[in-house]
Design a protein around this ligand. Structure first.
Ligand code: FAD
Ligand code: UQ1
Length: 415
């Protein structure tokens, strides 16, 4: 097995930002990145792609061009972990040995868990989904060509990345239909597995006002289980029904947020590597593995109990790397993560609520005004500033989240 001081699994938001910091500190040939994908995608842009505001090409960069040159890129999947022997096996059969490993494999998307969905996504132009680089291309044409009827937006019965995304596209579509004279003919439903519209009280209250004002039906505890695109019917399991009842809706437009799970290679790994659900089992504050001190985890593939976002990864990458350096030099990890995460809840083609909060669901807002209000400034921040910040700072290992701004804008009075 080829040996590296540091092996990083995944070249996404977490893997790439950590790789950049590590390459700078350790130099050439010391860091391996295992990543099969041709492109790195800035997925937060896909909401805007679905609304026709950006193109998928704007969200993509060739993997080679974005990962630091000093890293060795292995263009294969990690398929098997052996943390007792500090090795990982790749899909070409090769093994890599490591002193330290960072796992940032993201979360797995499972469209195939919903009966009939893959066929519907492939064959029905009105069944769309922003959670995939190909299906997101269908969203705006469907919104544009929609002439009325039932429009349904779903939220699955699993943890997902960017818990706001299933409803952001709904607000954008609603705004589009209103501006183009079809809103009167559209009946909009948000069918969510959750018992609330959003996990943080402050923002949930504002969103409930918005859905009421804009005449959107919210159906709680309903989970999409089947799509019959021939008859344009969508079947939802009623999660609070003891008899396992379902409700069938006719749809004319359907945006699906798919069920997700821990990545297969983690789920299949030896028990001590992951928690019961298959997510990498790390300390939520230090991001160090609970059983294997030479392993760290970042982003969507870990069991850190916060909302899975790129904004969370922004904070985590610096904390992780500082702790990795401490452990490498024989010290205890000292840098602690507070759970910071953020969800820019776009509510129209010109407005956004910038939700920011911590492990306890307490708002942790950067700007010195109420971010629970819909604002044009926050829309432009999301649309124009964030992509820049992501590509030119975060991917270079030079962005650790907005904490420094939060502190200065609140005159040092914020956490
Ligand atoms: P990813 O960035 O997904 O990277 C994981 C990488 O691991 C991928 O490159 C993948 O190819 C690779 N990989 C997978 N399996 C293997 C394997 N077996 N071996 C090796 N490599 C592997 N976040 C926000 O902050 N704000 C938003 O507004 C926002 N909106 C979103 C909207 C949508 C539609 C989507 C889909 C996501 C959104 N997110 C948003 C979430 C954000 O994109 C993720 O939380 C973030 O990318 C997580 O980073 P990560 O490194 O954990 O995973
Ligand atoms: C952020 O840092 C980040 O990572 C680059 C995001 O991902 C796209 C975000 O959506 C947000 C909101 C932040 C937080 C940054 C500021 C300036 C509030």
């Amino acid at each position: 097995a080829k040996h590296y001081p540091l092996v990083i699994i995944g070249g996404g938001a977490g893997g790439c930002s950590v790789a950049s910091r590590a390459a700078r500190a350790l130099g050439a040939g010391k860091v391996a990145v295992v990543e099969p994908a041709k492109n790195h995608y800035y997925q937060p842009m896909w909401t805007l792609v679905g609304a026709g505001i950006k193109t998928v090409d704007q969200s993509a960069m060739p993997m080679e061009s974005i990962l630091p040159k000093q890293c060795d890129l292995h263009k294969y999947k990690a398929v098997e972990f052996d943390p007792q022997n500090n090795t990982v096996t790749l899909s070409n059969g090769e093994q890599l040995a490591y002193d330290y490993m960072v796992v940032g494999m993201g979360i797995q998307i499972n469209y195939d868990k919903i009966k009939g969905l893959v066929e519907a996504l492939q064959q029905d132009p009105m069944v769309v989904s922003n959670y995939n680089k190909d299906y997101v291309l269908k969203t705006f044409p469907a919104i544009k060509s929609f002439k009325g009827g039932n429009a349904i937006f779903t939220f699955p019965n699993t943890p997902i990345k960017c818990a706001g995304a299933p409803q952001k596209i709904m607000y954008l579509a609603e705004d589009y239909w209103r501006k183009h004279g079809v809103r009167d003919k559209v009946n909009i439903s948000y069918n969510t597995s959750l018992p609330v519209i959003f996990g943080v009280k402050k923002y949930a209250a504002r969103l409930m006002e918005i859905v009421k004002k804009r005449n959107i039906n919210v159906n709680f505890r309903q989970n999409l289980v089947q799509v019959d695109h021939h008859n344009r019917k969508a079947v939802f399991q009623l999660l609070d029904s003891e008899k396992g009842e379902t409700e069938t809706y006719d749809y004319d437009f359907l945006h699906v947020s798919p069920p997700m799970s821990a990545p297969e290679p983690l789920k299949n790994s030896k028990a001590s590597m992951v928690d019961a659900a298959g997510f990498l089992d790390v300390h939520k504050e230090t991001l160090q593995h609970k059983t294997f001190p030479n392993i760290f985890g970042i982003g969507d593939c870990t069991n850190v109990p916060t909302s899975k976002t790129a904004a969370a990864v922004a904070c985590q990458n610096r904390i992780l790397f500082k702790n990795l350096q401490s452990v490498m030099s024989g010290q205890a990890p000292k840098s602690l993560y507070d759970g910071y995460t953020s969800c820019p809840l776009i509510t129209s083609y010109s407005k956004c609520i910038l939700a920011e909060f911590d492990f306890d669901g307490q708002p942790l807002e950067t700007f010195p005004f109420d971010q629970g209000k819909e604002r044009r400034s926050m829309y432009h921040m999301k649309k124009d500033c964030m992509p820049q910040l992501y590509w030119s700072m975060m991917m270079k290992g030079r962005w650790a989240g907005p904490k420094i701004f939060r502190k200065s804008m609140h005159l040092g009075m914020s956490r």
